[in-house]
Design a protein around this ligand. Structure first.
Ligand code: BEZ
Ligand code: MG
Length: 588
């Protein structure tokens, strides 16, 4: 919205509500307040937020219900959950706020004085059924006890002695608290059970919200979407990303006589109520290795849809495959390749290394590198012969040239867009590759299944949210600084990862760089702290900001640049051991 745009009173109220909702969104995020230290149990102050998040999900497998819903039932109201991109009403937000306050207080009571006091607090304050709240708080008590048990060092020593380590599931703690205690030998999933029924039903809501958002913003469904699938994420969610891809194509998985999801069938166009979307999938090397049957399932889904006798305007895969066969004179096996990964035995896109080392002149190079690394096709051809990483650069170029939106699902509470360089190497890398090949920057979306509210965000919105929740949030950076040298390195790494989103997707507002400079470098006492703890990373931070300016991502004024260069020079001196000259009296 432009600054000078006048709003009437209803418009102002709507704007205030929207801003309020954004603030609540930052507040509700689980913000890590430090790093995990190997061998050390987690700290008390992290626990309230973690337990609140754990308590916000129904867990039918262990017979517990979500705390907000229990409180709502006790109060005789409804706790509104988002099922699409539309915002909450003021009334809904007020009720959510009251319920969240009761939930938070009950968890604080529990941490201070135990299960009995927490459930009687909820009984008195919100008339919550004692039996259901007892089950929930006993689960939380079990989690707390296991958080305090830490077998990590002992297990490491046992592993070094080649002794047996008890196994445990690999997942996100909020998705599955059964991962505790840590220090066990994690196992993954049976790929034949992917996607799970729950993941498939969640996939429908997310895929519809994604398409709905594109329709609202661009007036049409995207004909083709490029999406990124990671192995660990699909382990944690039992295949939510896979389910979303199947929904976009308009197919459902079918299990064979051995209960293995090896077949697919088309959902009718009537039931789907929208066209089938062309999905270009980039799967990580880890996904390719762990989910070989799933790779086959996805390829099978694409081929099934390409062969359906449906009109072009309802089946974009068929439309594009037919167009390509006609224009290139190629066969269906060439035109229908949609599952891409690295060459066998290779991993990663290397886009992150190129960005971090500043080894690129034109941004197109980053997209080209992505395709060079990821243009290997997986699946089966029409004769049923397995394709295990056939180089298919032209097929990938063609498929990406039709893409209008790129997308990735985030499904962990612990790792977000700016925590690691992998999100920008994948989603940023593919977006940059599309931009050059489609001659237009795609719309870039992320969803998160972090809370029970479905939310599709643009990349720009997600970068802003991550920056406000972490990089520029004193709660986050003070937590990091407690770790000394490593903490400063984390701050620098967040800024570098943010820079990665400028390089690959031009998705970073300039205020973010300005605020980073103000918070960490132009505040003298903070600069002194960084300088003492880790001058290498402080210097890296200065260099990254100067690079952001040099590459046109941050239009800083001359004064700021001068100040940055001076700080950079003094940090260099410090690193080189040059002590500032003392005032020496003339004549000596
Ligand atoms: C994966 O789980 O597939 C993955 C993990 C780290 C970086 C990239 C991909
Ligand atoms: Mg710009």
């Amino acid at each position: 919205m432009k600054k000078d745009q006048k709003l009437d009173s209803a418009g102002r109220d709507a704007r205030v509500l929207e801003l309020y909702e954004q603030l609540v969104e930052v507040e509700e995020r689980l913000i890590p307040t430090g790093l995990h230290i190997f061998g050390k149990p987690s700290q008390f102050n992290e626990k309230t937020d973690l337990l609140r998040m754990l308590a916000s999900f129904d867990r039918p497998e262990i017979g517990t219900r979500a705390l907000p819903e229990l409180i709502a039932e006790g109060l005789g109201v409804t706790y509104s959950r988002k099922q699409s991109n539309t915002g909450f009403t003021e009334h809904e937000l007020t009720i959510r706020e009251q319920i969240d306050a009761f939930a938070k207080e009950s968890i604080e009571v529990f941490l201070k004085s135990g299960v009995d006091d927490a459930i009687s607090f909820l009984d008195r304050a919100a008339n919550v059924n004692l039996e259901t709240s007892t089950a929930l708080f006993l689960m939380l008590a079990d989690v707390c006890q296991k958080l305090e048990t830490n077998n990590e060092i002992e297990s490491l020593i046992r592993a070094l002695r080649a002794e047996y380590i008890e196994p445990g599931p690999g997942a996100d703690i909020v998705q599955n608290p059964q991962i505790l205690p840590t220090g066990r030998n994690t196992y993954a999933v049976n790929p034949y059970l992917i996607p799970s029924a729950l993941a498939y039903s969640k996939g429908e809501v997310v895929a519809s919200s994604l398409l709905e958002r594109h329709l609202t913003e661009h007036g049409k469904y995207p004909e083709a979407i490029a999406l990124v699938l990671w192995g660990l994420d699909n382990i944690k969610t039992h295949g939510e990303g896979v389910a979303q891809a199947l929904w976009l194509l308009g197919v459902r998985p079918i299990s064979d006589g051995l209960n293995r999801a090896t077949q697919v069938e088309a959902i009718s166009l009537e039931q789907l109520g929208r066209p089938r979307i062309d999905v270009v999938m980039t799967v990580s090397g880890i996904f390719r290795d762990l989910f070989s049957p799933t790779v086959q399932l996805l390829d099978k889904a694409v081929r099934l849809v390409a062969n359906l006798d449906e009109p072009a305007e309802s089946n974009y895969i068929r439309k594009h495959v037919t167009e390509q066969m006609n224009s290139d004179g190629c066969d269906l096996d060439e035109a229908a390749v949609r599952v891409f990964s690295n060459a066998p035995g290779n991993y990663g896109t290397n886009v992150n290394f190129m960005v971090m080392d500043s080894q690129w002149d034109r941004e197109d190079t980053l997209g080209d590198l992505f395709v060079t690394r990821k243009c290997f096709a997986y699946g089966r051809d029409s004769t049923g012969r397995s394709i295990e990483g056939r180089e298919a650069r032209l097929a990938m170029d063609r498929a990406l040239s039709r893409v209008e939106a790129t997308y990735q699902n985030i499904d962990t509470f612990e790792i977000g867009l700016t925590d690691v360089d992998h999100y920008f190497e994948y989603l940023g890398g593919v977006s940059k590759a599309v931009e050059h090949r489609a001659k237009s920057r795609p719309a870039i979306y992320l969803s998160d299944s972090l809370s029970r509210d479905v939310k599709i965000r643009s990349l720009e919105e997600t970068v802003r949210l991550e920056t406000r929740a972490k990089t520029l949030n004193p709660k986050w950076y003070e937590g990091m600084l407690k770790h000394g040298f490593r903490g400063v390195a984390e701050i620098e790494s967040h800024v570098s990862n943010t820079f990665g989103w400028s390089a690959t997707a031009d998705a970073v507002d300039e205020w973010i760089y300005s605020e980073v400079a103000e918070t960490f470098l132009f505040d003298n006492s903070m600069l002194d702290r960084l300088r003492d703890l880790n001058p290498h990373s402080a210097h890296g931070l200065v260099q990254r900001l100067l690079e952001a300016n040099g590459r046109g991502y941050w239009d800083a004024d001359d004064n700021k640049l001068k100040k940055l260069r001076e700080i950079g020079r003094s940090l260099e001196d410090q690193l080189e051991g040059i002590v500032p000259e003392p005032n020496v009296a003339p004549g000596f």
